[in-house]
Design a protein around this ligand. Structure first.
Ligand code: SF4
Ligand code: SF4
Length: 370
């Protein structure tokens, strides 16, 4: 099956700018059939780590809110807390960072809320019955939403090769436990030289999996009882507990796709995806910086099919000439696989192929300019 992907370039005039193009793209993708009156509609975003400046600009979210309102839906703008400790790892810090980055009511005309609660454990279990997971833990307010518009900044990413709609769905809609399960297959680890033996993680751990080693006075995690909730990572005031980034590239991608599948379960026909192939940085917006783009800005693309959409965006980036002075070094020829140059050990096609295999969409697409 071939899916339609709609594309707008970045040429502008007095009559047509980025806002009108965003509206037109989502209309072409069929948003009017997916948003019913009173539909609680999540606009899933990434607000950007503090110091990063390549996240989607808040003013570009406003036309999506206006469109949802026009369709009599109820829009809210949302993201989930991060697994690692940073400027978005609990809802308080996350909302502060989002506000500093301009995601607030006066700009958006919609409320901002954190979908997995104060500390990332507000989740619903969704049955998926797939190769790695029987069930996935998706942020409650993503599950509770009637419809969803997933707005993604398309860029390189060190784990799946690139990050687009599928990454925003799979990792971005998971609660803390789900993020940990995608990244690792064992418990977090304690960095002994940082641990001061305060015992706060012992008190917090819901599985009594942590103890203090009598000899060293440092915390120790027992893999057996650990349920992988990831909460100790957030709780440790010394930042001494971290994820073991054990999962290999291919397994990570499959797990991420299974989470993406769970994130739109029950509302697949009411999910819409829009990718901004703009400021295509080599790495994720989760870093506190963004390196210069690897290609010139390409455009904005939308579809009902996240697989076809990401495939189309990846193909456009590969086809474009690389930018001199970027992280690509001398590998700038049009047609050169930019993501392979950035992350030689990652095969980014895997995420798309597995998503197609489990029925999340199609790698085959027809590109239509609007
Ligand atoms: S909370 Fe952190 S510093 Fe305190 S015992 Fe646990 S690991 Fe060590
Ligand atoms: S991940 Fe959860 S269950 Fe495991 S040690 Fe940390 S707090 Fe305890």
């Amino acid at each position: 099956m071939t899916s339609k992907v709609y594309m707008a370039d970045l040429r502008a005039s007095f009559k047509d700018n980025m806002m009108t193009k965003i509206t037109r793209l989502l209309e072409a993708a069929g948003i009017a059939e997916g948003i019913r009156p009173h539909s609680l509609t999540a606009i899933k975003l990434h607000f950007g780590e503090e110091g990063n400046a390549s996240f989607i600009r808040p003013i570009l979210v406003r036309p999506v809110v206006d469109l949802i309102h026009k369709l009599e839906g109820k829009a809210f703008v949302t993201d989930t807390n991060t697994l690692y400790v940073g400027s978005r790892s609990d809802a308080v810090k996350h909302l502060e960072t989002a506000t500093r980055h301009g995601f607030n009511f006066p700009v958006l005309n919609a409320p901002v809320l954190i979908a997995d609660g104060l500390i990332g454990n507000s989740v619903h279990s969704i049955d998926v019955d797939l190769m790695h997971f029987q069930e996935v833990k998706i942020a409650s307010e993503i599950v509770n939403a009637d419809a969803m518009v997933v707005m993604s900044h398309f860029k390189g990413h060190e784990l799946p090769g690139f990050g687009g709609a599928l990454k925003n769905l799979g990792m971005g809609c998971a609660g803390r436990e789900g993020k940990l399960a995608q990244h690792a297959n064992i418990s977090p680890k304690v960095t002994r030289k940082r641990c001061v033996g305060c015992g706060q993680c012992l008190e917090w751990c819901p599985a009594q999996a942590i103890s203090i080693d009598q000899e060293s006075g440092k915390a120790v995690i027992d893999n057996e009882p650990c349920i992988g909730c990831g909460e100790c990572i957030l709780i440790c005031p010394q930042g001494a507990i971290n994820v073991r980034w054990t999962e290999t590239g291919s397994i990570f991608q499959e797990k991420m796709i299974e989470y993406a599948y769970g994130a739109c379960a029950g509302k697949r026909e009411r999910c819409f995806f829009i990718n901004f192939v703009i400021q295509v940085s080599p790495a994720c917006d989760c870093y506190n910086h963004n390196d210069m783009p690897v290609v010139a800005d390409i455009g904005i693309l939308a579809s009902k099919d996240p697989v076809a959409l990401d495939q189309a965006c990846a193909d456009l980036v590969v086809a474009a000439p690389g930018l001199p002075g970027s992280a690509l070094g001398d590998e700038l020829a049009p047609g050169c696989d930019k993501f392979k140059v950035l992350y030689p050990e990652i095969d980014w096609h895997l995420q798309l192929a597995y998503a197609e295999k489990i029925g999340l969409g199609s790698c085959s697409y027809e590109l239509e300019k609007v």
